[in-house]
Design a protein around this ligand. Structure first.
Ligand SMILES: [Zn+2]
Ligand SMILES: [Zn+2]
Ligand SMILES: [Zn+2]
Ligand SMILES: [Zn+2]
Length: 394
């Protein structure tokens, strides 16, 4: 394993609910080599007709900085990375600060972060955006097409073979020019799908609807929570039969770490569920259903995901099982090298040590921010509270 720790220590995240909780505080591990074709085979939900896709779970290791400032290895079904966008040069990069991105004195060199921390306020030059990437299988028809250069619109030709680069492009439906040109076609294609925090939250909400179905018996609206236990002492912190909490409080308490009133252990509560129609209840996940959805234009350039109901639980059609395999997303989102960052942000490569950083104050770390370019940006990774000694105390 890349992080050289005992694999048995790696905690596999059991459900989408748990993974959403965990991934709020994880950062991708450092990775070397690779890098690549982030802009090919990239899915973007239509704003016209709903697409029908299946999320394919992968196994992507992550290091999370725990409350004591120590790295904990995790495994998620999707990939997390942080994107920088420079309002001055319009350059964007993948953050190279590593899991300790939120710790100015511990993070790996990243010019994007250097510039971000120079002015982390709204309107600052550099933004920092948490991103989530999934492997998906798109059921649409695809055409085999010459790849076009994203900047010039010209067909890209391989220097080696002198032949055009080819790629699979989704059929445009009615009056599709690729259909008219008789291009080679196939049904279904594996792609990757990047979501910012806003769309990811909408997907999490949808996952709760999907989670009312049972993966075991495939019943719909049959799963119910009966209790939430403390992971430390196994006492029921919430007993659904006699709790005095209202729905809003229950939702809040079951989606974030809470302190157990019995043993003071702090963590996500463990859910106990029943199924109305079988004896082995399993909450269905977004990976267990086909999902028809599209984007709806909102205010400004914001869009919202619109999901067309919840489909029945079923495995992906076996005719696609061979191709519907998780992509190596760690290779697609390899952190941008310092040299490339220096080029994109026109800063020059910092000599020796990474560029001099201003000391970051506690108020800067915790203040909310929303950069101008991408209004969906979540706040930067929150500083652990209480802040570890190493953060401010030197
Ligand atoms: Zn960074
Ligand atoms: Zn077509
Ligand atoms: Zn407890
Ligand atoms: Zn069931």
């Amino acid at each position: 394993m890349a992080f050289g720790k005992d694999p048995s220590l790696i905690r596999r995240v059991g459900s989408f609910r748990e993974s959403v909780h965990v991934s709020q505080s994880v950062r991708p591990q450092r990775s070397g080599g690779g890098g690549g074709a982030r802009f090919t085979d990239r899915f973007q939900p239509s704003t016209i007709e709903p697409d029908r896709i299946r999320f394919i779970p992968g196994e992507y290791p992550y290091d999370r900085v725990n409350e004591s400032g120590v790295l904990e290895p995790y495994m998620l079904e999707y990939f997390r990375f942080t994107e920088h966008f420079d309002g001055k040069t319009q350059g964007s990069t993948i953050c190279s600060a590593g899991p300790y991105a939120g710790y100015p004195d511990k993070r790996d060199p990243c010019i994007g972060c250097d510039l971000f921390w120079e002015n982390p306020r709204k309107g600052g030059r550099m933004s920092r955006r948490d991103m989530y990437s999934f492997t998906i299988f798109n059921y649409a028809v695809f055409h085999h097409m010459e790849q076009l250069d994203r900047k010039t619109g010209q067909v890209r030709i391989s220097d080696r073979t002198k032949q055009p680069f080819m790629e699979w492009t989704q059929c445009k439906g009615r009056r599709c020019d690729m259909c008219a040109a008789g291009k080679e076609s196939k049904k279904g294609h594996i792609q990757h799908y990047e979501l910012g925090h806003g769309h990811f939250s909408q997907l999490s909400e949808y996952a709760e609807e999907v989670g009312k179905s049972c993966r075991n018996c495939r019943g719909r609206n049959v799963i119910e929570a009966i209790a939430y236990l403390c992971e430390g002492c196994k006492n029921a912190v919430i007993d659904m039969d006699d709790t005095t909490l209202n729905n809003a409080d229950i939702k809040k308490m079951t989606h974030e770490a809470v302190v157990c009133p019995f043993c003071k252990y702090k963590g996500l509560l463990e859910e106990i569920i029943t199924c109305q129609s079988c004896g082995d209840p399993k909450r269905a996940d977004i990976f267990d259903v086909d999902i028809p959805f599209k984007r709806v234009q909102g205010e400004g350039n914001q869009t919202t995901l619109f999901f067309v109901g919840v489909e029945p639980v079923c495995p992906i059609d076996p005719i696609y099982a061979e191709v519907a395999k998780p992509l190596d997303l760690a290779r697609l989102y390899v952190p941008t090298s310092i040299e490339t960052q220096a080029e994109k942000f026109r800063t020059g490569v910092p000599v020796g040590q990474p560029a001099q950083r201003q000391p970051v104050t506690a108020s800067q770390v915790t203040q909310p921010y929303s950069p101008p370019q991408a209004p969906q940006h979540p706040p930067p990774a929150p500083a652990p509270t209480p802040a570890p000694r190493s953060m401010f105390g030197r």
